[in-house]
Design a protein around this ligand. Structure first.
Ligand code: ACO
Length: 349
């Protein structure tokens, strides 16, 4: 039997630090409000022109590949999770293949937002266990700073997010005491519009029947992206924060318990829980609910904000670099976010 192990891990955080006080230059907010509601003190913003979601992913990937003792030519499949791709299409995976001069390997983009990294990890796990690939690169990367409303209108969303990237290399292992024990993926599309970026998109939810009837052929292009959409801020993410909070604090513990139960483990056996860094208050609630000690939960949202698909690999990498995770430790990854989707993975480091 084969397990999938993490053979190398890397992260990349852009240099520019943006504090809560820095944000007060653009919007009516305060360090106190942001820290009290989210725990965030500062976040990183990518260089506006030189860095993209794909280039940050490449930086994290270089480290992960080197730590796995490999070169880019050894990678036989790429999985890239992001909600802030360089292009609407093609996805970021092919940009990594190009930038790292890899062989003409498959490149898959995953669009599961905050749960994206665990979904990507789960896909990689299946490919490794089936024997189809031997060295899979999984990346989570986000450049949120380019797509947020930094006016007071968008403050409930824009103060939460930051930029960054994390990556892992997956390989087969015949050591049954090492690697991914199980992954668990869920969704509930009833809440799709509660945390979403509506436009550009192919839906017509924001048009009245009259608008639609009035469209002639020449105006069809307007349906995808129009001045009205921009005026109504539909090109920025929408979030019903309290609804997200309520659901997250139920689904996080549920999906963590699902992973523990599937493997006959107790919460007390977790060496490190790496929750998606959504909001420090959510992580604290989950910790309390599962009766975990402070040293069993890793949080770094204070420094980096919420980096969506990148937050778990960044936190996992940082915890490992700080020596908080070592060989054989039981590690649990868990995420909840837009979709809604939620997921967990249990692994022996
Ligand atoms: N600064 C100052 N005031 C603000 C800000 C801000 N940045 N944002 C909102 N406010 C104001 C609102 O205008 C409102 O004012 P009003 O009472 O005069 O109308 C007041 O603060 C409360 O607004 P709410 O949106 O109800 O704020 P809430 O207390 O719910 O906190 C928050 C907002 C932090 C987003 C909270 O709902 C939350 O944590 N939700 C979970 C969502 C989350 O973590 N999302 C992360 C991304 S998704 C994910 O990763 C799972």
């Amino acid at each position: 039997m084969i397990r999938t192990k993490i053979a190398g891990i890397g992260m990349y955080l852009p240099e520019q630090i943006v504090t809560n006080n820095d944000l007060t230059r653009y919007m009516d907010t305060s360090d106190e409000w942001i820290q009290e509601r989210t725990g965030i003190q500062e976040r990183r913003f990518a260089n506006r022109t030189a860095e993209t979601t794909a280039t940050m992913g490449v930086e994290a990937a270089r480290i992960a590949i080197e730590r796995a003792g490999l070169g880019p030519e050894d990678i036989d499949f790429i999985i890239f999770a992001t909600l802030s791709p360089d292009y609407y299409f093609p996805g970021c995976g092919v940009l990594v293949q190009r930038a790292m001069k890899m062989k003409e390997v498959g490149a898959l983009d995953v669009r599961n937002q905050c749960s994206g990294f665990i979904y990507a990890l789960s896909v990689g796990d299946q490919f490794i266990k089936s024997g189809m690939y031997r060295n899979i690169l999984v990346i989570g990367s986000e450049k949120h700073s380019f797509g947020l409303d930094f006016s007071t209108r968008g403050r409930n969303v824009s103060v939460i997010f930051g930029d960054g990237a994390g990556a892992v290399v997956l390989q087969p292992s015949s050591n049954m005491n090492q690697g991914i024990l199980s992954t668990h993926l869920h969704s509930d599309g009833d809440s799709a519009e509660l945390l979403a970026l509506y436009n550009p998109g192919t839906h017509a939810n924001h048009w009245s029947d009259k608008d639609l009837a009035d469209f002639d052929e020449a105006a069809l292009g307007e349906m995808f992206m129009s001045h009205a959409m921009i005026d109504n801020a539909q090109n920025f993410p929408y979030m019903d924060g309290p609804a997200v909070f309520k659901k997250a604090v139920v689904k996080f513990p549920e999906v963590i318990m699902e992973a523990l139960n599937a493997n006959g483990k107790q919460a007390s056996e977790i060496k490190m829980l790496i929750p998606h860094q959504a909001n420090l208050r959510i992580s604290q609630f989950v910790q309390q609910k599962l009766k975990l000690n402070d040293d069993q939960v890793y949080n770094n949202i204070q420094k980096y904000g919420n980096t969506t698909a990148a937050s778990i690999p960044i936190a996992l990498c940082e915890a490992w670099e700080l020596g908080k995770i070592a060989g054989g430790d039981l590690v649990c990854l868990a995420a909840f976010g837009s979709g809604f989707t939620w997921a967990s993975a249990l692994l022996n480091w």
